[in-house]
Design a protein around this ligand. Structure first.
Ligand SMILES: C[S@@+](CC[C@H](N)C(=O)[O-])C[C@H]1O[C@@H](n2cnc3c(N)ncnc32)[C@H](O)[C@@H]1O
Length: 274
């Protein structure tokens, strides 16, 4: 086990086995899996695959980029980026179990050599200066208090002129979130900043904003649909396999927090200036 409370929050110890069993139960052929087969479970952020496509369209990939996915989770977004655009992607994540599952799912989808994963901290990225064309991060920052360091590390590993694509949960004007949520069962590991404060931190780290989109309305529509289906037994394949027994309360709170403007969601694309 781990001493890190964020890693402990995301670790079950049996996730790999649970996902493989669910894939079989869902009738998937494990010898011929595609990234699309994994979408219900491996896109672990608000809006799932459609949100990944929206952010990727904003970044504007050509396929030649070397990409770093910070907080890569089970690898859904990184596999999608290499599969759809042909980019070379590296993922880094704090949670050792997620890194192992990401590697297994990458092998099963035949993408070994195009995307790789390692365990590490977003606050001390295990990569050389100026080694990536694009840094990418979806629904990770809300577990990170030291945003100055988080953004400075992504700035360091980007080439000058490189782009940063972000999807983040922000604090809204409606007050503290209801817990549990997917990223935290208690406030101790949840660190939300307003969109305005986040933007200021990014600019201080040396980024120039190219695009900033408030996607709260889209996130709310998707969260309400998920909360509505979070009654009775769970689907065979879904992110409840990751979050555990309180998945229904988490799905409900996600919708409620957005509805009451306790949380907001945004996409941003920034450029390393200098
Ligand atoms: C909600 S999941 C999102 C995973 C992935 N980005 C996705 O969208 O499918 C949050 C992820 O952030 C990772 N994480 C949280 N704090 C981190 C840190 N300091 N360094 C690296 N990864 C971190 C967690 O381990 C987890 O995989």
């Amino acid at each position: 086990m781990t001493d890190n409370p964020v890693e402990a929050h995301y670790t079950s110890g049996t996730l790999g086995e649970a996902i493989l069993a669910a894939l079989k139960a869902a009738g998937k052929d494990l010898d011929h899996l595609t990234p699309d087969d994994l979408v219900p479970v491996d896109e672990f952020h608000g809006g799932q695959r459609p949100a990944t496509i929206r952010l990727a369209d904003l970044v504007g990939f050509t396929g030649t980029e070397r990409v770093l996915d910070v907080g890569s989770g089970l690898g859904g977004p990184s596999r999608f980026l290499t599969w759809r655009y042909g980019c070379q992607v590296s993922g880094v994540d704090l949670t050792a179990e997620f890194v192992r599952v990401a590697a297994t799912l990458t092998q099963l989808t035949g993408l070994v050599g195009r995307v790789d994963y390692r365990q590490g901290s977003a606050l001390d990225l295990p990569f050389e200066d100026m080694s990536f064309d694009v840094a990418w991060s979806q629904n990770v920052a809300m577990n990170i208090a030291d945003r100055g360091r988080f953004y400075a590390e992504m700035h360091r590993v980007l080439k000058p002129g490189g782009k940063l694509g972000l999807q983040e949960v922000a604090a809204g004007p409606g007050g503290a979130p209801h817990y549990p949520v997917q990223w935290a069962r208690t406030p101790g590991i949840s660190f939300l900043y307003s969109q305005q404060a986040t933007r200021a931190k990014l600019e201080m780290a040396g980024f120039r904003v190219l695009v900033w989109q408030d996607t709260t309305a889209e996130a709310l529509a998707s969260a309400v649909a998920r909360a509505g289906s979070a009654v009775g037994p769970p689907p065979v394949l879904g992110t409840h396999l990751i979050v555990g027994a309180d998945w229904q309360a988490m799905f409900r709170n996600s919708a409620r927090n957005l509805e009451e403007r306790r949380t907001e969601l945004f996409n941003a694309v920034l450029e390393r200036a200098g």
